[in-house]
Design a protein around this ligand. Structure first.
Ligand code: FES
Length: 112
């Protein structure tokens, strides 16, 4: 099977709604785009993926070493907001890769 067409299965929870999304590596520009396309979230990702607004905040469960993947902007922005939990990520800074296969994601942008 073509490596780029290998399925990546992600469980996503948005408040009471749970959904399983099956995607492929680089099908979306980033996790924020995948979430916006599947949930139509108002006010989600206001800075357009610059890693500055925190409106695209998610909690990613079920993956080890997530904090090692923090991008520079993301680390600075989360630090300014006092969000030190290693499961919290800015979805605009998360690429769709095999690392996300079987991940469980909570959309928390409106709830932090
Ligand atoms: S879209 Fe603004 S921080 Fe992700």
């Amino acid at each position: 099977m073509d490596e780029h067409r290998k399925e990546i299965t992600i469980s996503i929870k948005n408040e009471a709604e749970k959904r399983i999304v099956i995607t492929y590596k680089n099908e979306y520009r980033n996790l924020m785009q995948l979430l916006n396309n599947n949930f139509y979230l108002e006010g989600f990702g206001e800075c357009g993926g610059m890693g500055r607004c925190v409106t695209c905040l998610v909690r990613i469960n079920g993956l080890e070493g997530l904090s090692n993947l923090l991008e520079r902007n993301e680390k600075v922005t989360l630090g300014k907001m006092g969000l030190a939990d290693s499961d919290l990520r800015l979805s605009c800074q998360v690429l769709i890769t095999d690392d996300l296969n079987n991940a469980m994601i909570d959309i928390v942008a409106e709830n932090y």
